[in-house]
Write a protein that binds this ligand. Sequence first.
Ligand SMILES: [Zn+2]
Length: 286
Amino acid sequence: MRLVNFQFYSSILTFLLLAHVQALYVKPHLERTHSNNLTFINCRSRTNSLINQYSSLILNLQPALRDLSAPSASPAFTAFFKDPNHAPFIRRILQNITTAAPTPAISDRAISPSFVCLDGPTQVNSTEYDTDMYIRCQDPHGPFATTLLESPAEPVITLCPRFFHLPVRLQRSKRACLEVGVQGKLFLSDGLDLIRHQSWVLMHELAHIYLWNTLGSRMDYYNVEQCLSLPSKRTVGNAESYVYYVANVRLGCTLFPSRPHPPRRGIPHHRGPANATVFDSEVQWG
Ligand SMILES: [Zn+2]
């Protein structure tokens, strides 16, 4: 009887998993290039630039990895993650990003993330967003990039044509650090200028994949004040908190608001649809 039940539930589970896998459609026969564990689909002449951005990201993550091994928490760590006990988990996420670690798949082989460069319709269709992802790119307030988590067997990040208009050269000067004002209690901007960069967007989307696979988290707060205001436990689930932390350590920023504040009135609630990277301050996804 038990066996019958097991088979019964097993067949339902198989059906559900297959249905889940089939939810994400990536057009077959698009050109694919493999590099550093990653797969770049339909990126053609942009593949080398993306590989360079990813290599640059790996280098830019090193100061944060060293920071996480330091005997005491840095100001950037305290600002964005608060509790030093989070350090081992954060290091694991950053290491997964630097190695493009394979994610546990429902099949017997683990698969590393793929980037799809969208340049036309019918290339990627998402049931989660209920749309052709290229059509979604046409929205001027839409995302630069989106992580699709509906198929655990194939973590896919789509890149809109607008992604390639973001800066390629990273600011490396401490002068790029966010300015603190209002008696040292708030950043003077929403922080997006700091992270509006191709390699930080790649990092953000990769963080989504590993946070989904470890915590089941799809948190997506972009505004730096919101990131600072998150309770300690929630900081580790928010992809952009990792980007702000890594970028601040990379630049050598040491000045942060004296204590977390709730977002100021009038600042849009930058919570996008799960896993979509949007920077436009006009965007309000609700
Ligand atoms: Zn996101």
